[in-house]
Design a protein. Structure first.
Ligand SMILES: Cc1ncc(COP(=O)(O)O)c(C=O)c1O
Length: 384
């Protein structure tokens, strides 16, 4: 069938996301799939048992719009313990259907026609469409992936009366880089005295390596008071398919966030919220997540030692960039497709995270995989 009228697309240039494309290609060609970011190992069995038990005990109806209070209380305790920040579980924390919904809702609540939103590139792919759907315009700052990450002078030059929001993401997907305390101090200085809202995508907050400490905006009171923090249980508990997350923000920002949230999702999965509330008592799980993934990163990079890829070890997230410039001159999109079809390893070409043509020669590989999967992939990559 086909709609017979004039179809006015709100996103005329938007295609299917690269993650769907590459995962489909990986399946079609039987390639080892290190493209889309999801673990290929089990989630903690106790989390499954808890969810099952809450379902059996009848926790199957709508939860409160803002989320199950017990879960919000646990999250308030956690953020205070980790970052010495106080968030009111009643008014400043909301449970969402993953990070993506949280980001969309935050943009929807605050960005309107004529607003500008500063985005750092390479940028995770859900920010820009959400801005454009609401009539906003992205203002781009290119990051330096192999040196000092952000040139804050460039950011300063972009800020004007129309700047409504700045979106940051640390640990950063796809680069695997992290922002440091100086970055946060500079961001604080630049936004001080303005009406700018910071949307801080911290979904990989626990996946950080080599002794780096996650610089949540929650640690910096002057930043926290203008920030909406986005978190994802999916990244922390290996259960990306549950699509569970949460946001934290000052009460007056949260009030506006919830005005939209109540109509685009209302509330999210009830038994999962109860189970997560209980599972949060297992602090070791998230406190040891960095070490767990650091070992995966090290395994992957060790397996690739002596290969023709140039590697700068990922500082956080479960992604590793590989520079293939010594192997091929091909565009990264072409090379990623050829690698999937002919070599049997699927990855994500980093140029798709830029709005303009980008000649960098980086592919992003997800190492949230069983060692056996990483070994299979590395064996193939070593031949290049
Ligand atoms: C940087 C970043 N932000 C947000 C998300 C979305 O999180 P969720 O899967 O909870 O929607 C992802 C998921 O890959 C991500 O990498």
């Amino acid at each position: 069938m086909k709609f017979p009228g004039v179809l006015r697309s709100k996103l005329p240039k938007q295609g299917t996301t690269i993650f769907t494309v590459m995962s489909g290609l990986a399946r079609e060609h039987g390639a080892v799939n290190l493209s889309q970011g999801f673990p290929d190992f089990s989630i903690p069995s106790r989390l499954v048992e808890l969810t099952h038990s809450f379902m059996n005990r009848g926790f199957n109806q709508y939860s409160p719009m803002q989320g199950v209070l017990g879960l919000r209380e646990k999250l308030a305790e956690k953020v205070e313990e980790l970052y010495s920040a106080k968030y009111d579980s009643e008014t400043e924390i909301t449970i969402t259907a993953g990070g993506t919904q949280a980001i969309y809702t935050a943009i929807s609540a605050f960005v309107t026609e004529g607003d500008e939103v500063i985005i750092f590139e390479p940028a995770y792919d859900c920010y820009v469409p959400a801005i454009q759907i609401h009539g906003g315009t992205p203002a781009y700052v290119q990051m330096n992936l192999s040196g000092e990450l952000i040139d804050w002078e460039k950011v300063k030059r972009l800020i004007n009366q129309r700047t409504r929001m700045i979106i940051i993401n640390t640990p950063h997907n796809p680069s695997g880089r992290v922002m440091n305390a100086q970055d946060m101090a500079k961001l604080q200085k630049l936004t001080d005295g303005t009406d700018i809202i910071i949307l801080s995508d911290e979904v990989y907050e626990h996946i950080i390596f080599d002794g780096f400490e996650h610089q949540s905006v929650a640690r910096f009171p002057k930043l926290a008071e203008r920030s909406i923090i986005v978190s994802s249980f999916g990244k922390t508990y290996h259960n990306t398919g549950w699509k569970m997350g949460h946001v934290m923000a000052p009460a007056n920002l949260m009030k506006e966030f919830r005005k939209v949230h109540q109509f685009n999702v209302f509330s999210v999965n009830t038994p999962a919220q109860h189970a997560l509330a209980e599972f949060l008592n297992d602090k070791e799980h998230y406190l040891e997540l960095g070490a767990f993934y650091q070992e995966k990163r090290d395994t992957f990079n060790r397996l690739l030692q002596g290969s023709n890829f140039k590697i700068r070890a990922s500082e956080g997230t479960y992604f590793q960039l590989l520079d293939y410039s010594a192997i091929s001159d091909e565009k990264d999109t072409d090379y990623a497709i050829r690698l999937t079809k002919e070599v049997g390893v699927a990855s994500i070409p980093v140029s798709v995270f830029y709005h303009e043509k980008n000649e960098d020669k980086f592919l992003r590989f997800c190492f949230a995989k069983e060692d056996e999967t990483l070994e299979k992939a590395a064996e193939k990559l070593m031949k290049l």
